[in-house]
Write a protein that binds this ligand. Structure first.
Ligand SMILES: [Zn+2]
Length: 128
């Protein structure tokens, strides 16, 4: 339950931050003409809040990776909650949904999964 919630929050969090900063930019742009001190406060506040936003995002990502590793050790896929999980040389792969996870618990992107599959095929060709 917590892992599903963390996965959803981590997928949405970058877009929330992006639109938050875009909104602050638009507000600061409007403030330039009406209230210049407000624009200055918004710019300084946005720059100072960036460290907290990055720290919060990294903390959420780290918590998700910890819970993902725990679920993978229990042979449960964090994405589809089924399995079985196949442990490869450098990745875990769910045989139910096909999603690959890195050893540190991070979900591999589609491009990384294709590269992984290409490497596996290349190794198979070498073995043949
Ligand atoms: Zn799965």
């Amino acid at each position: 339950m917590i892992l599903r919630l963390l996965r959803a929050v981590n997928r949405v969090f970058p877009f929330v931050v992006l639109f938050g900063y875009m909104g602050a930019f638009l507000l600061a742009f409007i403030c330039i003409f009406s209230f210049p001190l407000g624009a200055l406060v918004l710019v300084i506040g946005s720059v100072l809040s960036l460290a907290f936003v990055v720290f919060f995002g990294e903390t959420l990502g780290g918590m998700e990776r910890i819970l993902t590793r725990r679920a993978l050790k229990r042979n449960r896929c964090p994405a589809c909650r089924m399995g079985p999980i196949q442990k490869n040389a450098a990745t875990y792969q769910c045989l139910g949904c096909g999603i690959c996870f890195d050893m540190d618990g991070a979900q591999l992107s589609q491009d990384a999964q294709e590269i992984e599959a290409t490497d596996a095929n290349a190794k198979l060709i070498v073995v043949d």
